[in-house]
Design a protein around this ligand. Structure first.
Ligand SMILES: C[S@@+](CC[C@H](N)C(=O)[O-])C[C@H]1O[C@@H](n2cnc3c(N)ncnc32)[C@H](O)[C@@H]1O
Ligand SMILES: [Zn+2]
Length: 146
């Protein structure tokens, strides 16, 4: 089976696992539609693959509107979910996450860090290293900036 086919299959399966809803953390969030077992590859973070250099002006433009769409693959490459992104781009940051990021080549997998209950909001640690201008709202009283 080709890699493209595998990603398409995963995207289809993801529709049975997760859905986009309004979040108490921020705007849209992604929630479990059913119980998700620890370690499951829930969805890949889709987006145009571009160089870090090309992503910098885009990141500035996105940040003006309070968005972070660019996800670093490695020191050279970035995935920009602002172009060709999927539902994964709506997963919010959590300082105590129930998901983690597993980068396999140029595929960014969002995986379950533990058993996730139906209805739980998904979140992973963004590990941002930029200007840190966004106050984290993952839970009341969180002092971190993203
Ligand atoms: C990848 S988007 C997530 C989807 C976003 N909620 C939306 O509706 O577009 C990332 C943006 O969501 C917001 N965000 C995500 N997690 C957050 C958090 N823990 N606290 C505050 N804002 C958060 C920030 O504005 C960030 O730039
Ligand atoms: Zn937080």
């Amino acid at each position: 089976m080709s890699r493209r086919r595998t990603l398409e299959d995963n995207q289809e399966r993801a529709k049975t696992l997760i859905e986009r809803r309004r979040s108490k953390i921020h705007g849209w969030g992604v929630f479990a539609k059913t119980q998700i077992k620890r370690s499951t590859k829930i969805i890949n973070y889709a987006g145009e693959k571009i160089t870090q250099k090309k992503s910098l002006p885009r990141q500035d433009k996105y940040l003006e509107k309070g968005h972070i769409w660019c996800f670093e693959l490695n020191s050279r490459w970035v995935r920009d979910a602002g172009v060709g992104g999927n539902i994964a781009r709506f997963i919010n940051h959590k300082c105590k996450p129930n998901c983690w990021v597993d980068i396999e080549g140029d595929v960014i997998w969002i995986r379950a860090a533990k058993n996730i209950r139906k209805g739980e909001e998904l979140g992973y640690d963004y590990e941002t290293d930029g200007d840190k201008t966004i106050q984290c709202r993952c839970r009341p009283g969180c002092k971190r900036k993203l």
